[in-house]
Design a protein around this ligand. Sequence first.
Ligand SMILES: Nc1ncnc2c1ncn2[C@@H]1O[C@H](COP(=O)(O)OP(=O)(O)O)[C@@H](O)[C@H]1O
Ligand SMILES: [Mg+2]
Length: 212
Amino acid sequence: MSVIAVVNQKGGCAKSTTAVHLAYWLIHKQHKVLLVDADAQRSSSIWVEALEDPIPCKVMQTSDELLEQIPLLANQYDYIVVDGPAGLSDAMKAIVLRADLALVPCQPTGVDLRSAADAIRLIRQAQATRHGLPQSAVFLSRAVKGTRLKDETMVLLNDLGVPILKTVIHQRQAIADTFGQAATVWELLGKAAVESAEEFEQLFAEIMTLLP
Ligand SMILES: Nc1ncnc2c1ncn2[C@@H]1O[C@H](COP(=O)(O)OP(=O)(O)O)[C@@H](O)[C@H]1O
Ligand SMILES: [Mg+2]
């Protein structure tokens, strides 16, 4: 069993989008998966309940709930995917204390890099008390194709000293449409949806290599 948390206190960096797509991808690999929605907006739980094949989901928003419930649920699932909250809250700290892997999506802008650095600091604090856990990795999300900023961000991310995933998830309308369509990119039609699906598959395959 592994707990994979998607965390970054910055709103809009694609935590919920990543968590829902990861949970969906794992389920279609025949794993038993629970999505934990830890964000007050509840967007991922609303989303997965509206899917044609709903993903099992629990809303957990307090640090007590997260700290207590995640270990109790652990034996019932192959993977627990946690969609992290906005803000550097106690809930986010609790998630990092329970995760095996903390994934940090980061948009390629200076402001976003700063917030990713804060998230990584919190992860490091947990690692110091948990013999190196959670493992962590950053990836670039919502990157606009062909912009130089993306390359510059990669250089700056390197300085954070956290593994950076090779896969970049680009900004695409097909991905933005998924929530409103109560779908994932795998159910949408068109070239952009197929390309988005390929990027997610590559990202998730890369993530799986980090887990024991
Ligand atoms: N790769 C992408 N391309 C286009 N839009 C995206 C992409 N990833 C996320 N979005 C959109 O950006 C917004 C914020 O994403 P969301 O996953 O809700 O972020 P968070 O959970 O970190 O606040 C949503 O409207 C979502 O549809
Ligand atoms: Mg969210």
